[in-house]
Design a protein around this ligand. Structure first.
Ligand SMILES: C[S@@+](CC[C@H](N)C(=O)[O-])C[C@H]1O[C@@H](n2cnc3c(N)ncnc32)[C@H](O)[C@@H]1O
Ligand code: SF4
Ligand code: SF4
Length: 303
């Protein structure tokens, strides 16, 4: 673990109490160059208005203070698009035992040896570009192929599944299966309460069919697809509420500290990593179910 050497006049971080949080997430910026319809970050109930009001020195100092106060060991760097503040993120990553980044990949894939970089793509070329913007698929592909595949960074492509792109699962795997990455992952839409976007599944039994399709590509490409059949079984309509609770009561992800960028450029904590006003009864966050699977099995998520 590194230590920052910030000495400037930086302000104290928001008081989040005394609890220990082994994991945390930080939205380093609310700026994003894309505008995906499914994105939870920019929903009305979430802190997301100020853009980059916390400067680098302040953020490095606050992350270090919060790390020491709450015992934070792993940090997930997110946004907005975290690579908008690439230098800051690369300086902040060594502050934690484990750091990872989730990026849209349009600013290149960062080299972060020993760490995880998740790159979002939401289907094969045409489908992805309908969601993420014209030309995005090819820009991301170029970045993936240009990076040094032996630099020690774990790079995972992640497709976020909604009702509207579920048909892209198999073509997506076919299209990216030979890319120089560590693997391909899937997560499912997390709706807001009263979500009217049409992106979620009204009846979770319909989502079950999509979960089955992810299990199908896992069975066909067991090395390339980083999904755990046991975790996917927990996502099925008959089991998911045990894992999430109606209001996140049993959700393991609520043990993480979500640091959103809020009023005055200060960190604000939201209900969970997916923000405020989320519908836990329809949550499709793969990490929730994978975490529950491993807790029950007594294994680690890395294992
Ligand atoms: C919010 S983005 C931030 C990082 C970066 N801009 C990106 O797109 O990867 C992080 C991940 O959350 C996913 N995501 C966005 N909205 C979601 C939602 N409502 N439910 C589930 N995942 C979502 C995105 O597809 C992306 O993979
Ligand atoms: S690129 Fe990421 S942060 Fe930006 S709108 Fe899409 S999902 Fe949201
Ligand atoms: S929306 Fe999902 S991740 Fe958030 S608290 Fe509810 S179950 Fe957990």
């Amino acid at each position: 673990m590194g230590s920052s050497t910030q000495t400037g006049a930086t302000r104290e971080p928001t008081d989040f109490g005394e609890r220990v949080f082994r994991g945390a997430l930080v939205n380093v910026t609310n700026v994003c160059n894309l505008s995906c319809a499914h994105c939870f970050v920019f929903r009305a109930d979430n802190p997301n208005r100020p853009k980059d009001k916390m400067d680098d020195a302040t953020m490095l100092a606050q992350l270090e203070q919060l790390r020491d106060k709450h015992g934070i060991r792993s940090m997930l760097f997110m946004g907005g698009e975290p690579m908008v503040r690439r230098d800051l993120v690369l300086r902040a990553m060594p502050l934690f035992e484990r750091s990872s980044i989730v990026t849209n990949g349009t600013y290149g894939i960062p080299s972060a040896p020993g760490h995880l970089v998740t790159v979002s793509l939401d289907g094969p070329r045409e489908m992805n570009d309908r969601i993420r913007g014209e030309g995005v698929f090819d820009r991301v592909k170029k970045s993936v192929f240009e990076r040094d595949a032996d630099d020690g960074t774990t790079v995972i492509l992640q497709m976020t599944l909604t009702r509207l792109n579920a048909d892209g699962i198999e073509p997506f795997v076919e299209e990216v299966k030979d890319w120089p990455v560590t693997g391909i992952a899937f997560t499912f839409y997390v709706p807001s309460l009263g979500d009217e976007t049409g992106l979620g599944w009204e009846d979770l039994r319909e989502r079950d069919l999509v979960v089955d399709r992810v299990m199908g590509v896992k069975r066909r490409f067991p090395e390339r697809v980083k999904a755990n059949i046991g975790a996917l079984k927990l996502m099925k309509s008959g089991r998911c509420m045990e894992v999430t609770g109606e209001h996140g009561e049993t959700c393991g992800l609520r043990q993480m500290l979500p640091l959103y960028m809020g009023e005055g450029g200060n960190f604000e904590r939201t209900f969970c990593c997916y923000g405020n006003n989320v519908d836990c009864t329809r949550c499709g966050a793969y990490a929730v179910f994978n975490g529950a699977y491993h807790r029950a099995a007594g294994t680690t998520e890395e294992g």
